[in-house]
Design a protein around this ligand. Sequence first.
Ligand SMILES: Nc1ncnc2c1ncn2[C@@H]1O[C@H](COP(=O)(O)OP(=O)(O)OP(=O)(O)O)[C@@H](O)[C@H]1O
Ligand SMILES: [Mg+2]
Length: 135
Amino acid sequence: MSLVQCDAVLIERVLANLLENAGKYTPAQSPVEILVRAVDDELRCSVRDHGPGVAKGLEEVIFEKFTRGHAESATPGVGLGLAICRAIVEAHRGRIWIEPTHPQGATFTFSLPLGTPPAMDMAEEVPGIPSPPKS
Ligand SMILES: Nc1ncnc2c1ncn2[C@@H]1O[C@H](COP(=O)(O)OP(=O)(O)OP(=O)(O)O)[C@@H](O)[C@H]1O
Ligand SMILES: [Mg+2]
């Protein structure tokens, strides 16, 4: 079982910002996928699109405040969405980055450290539930 400790409202904001970008910067009807998997000691969540992608060399600056791509002047936005994502993810001791989608598009991934699931003591008495017979 994969458990993370996070502020659900803030992580929802991260996902919403990434999905909003995928909707804004890719053609209508172009699919967007959300992938979640556990890798080593972290949970990774990706938003993968098949739009124009982000130009080489801009992969880091787009996470800075008020930084937008060159072709975006016609699309509303102030360039804060990804900076907010990075601040929230880093406050959770996670990371966020972009990779190209093959053959075309952008994949944004953020990670959150995996928590340790609470230990369950099967012998513990739970009010209202009979204990298993002692052997
Ligand atoms: N899925 C994407 N595909 C292509 N380019 C993207 C994608 N997501 C972000 N970008 C590029 O990164 C830039 C920064 O994105 P960010 O979300 O920080 O700001 P914004 O979308 O321009 O404005 P805001 O989110 O504040 O409304 C965008 O202007 C765009 O150039
Ligand atoms: Mg945005």
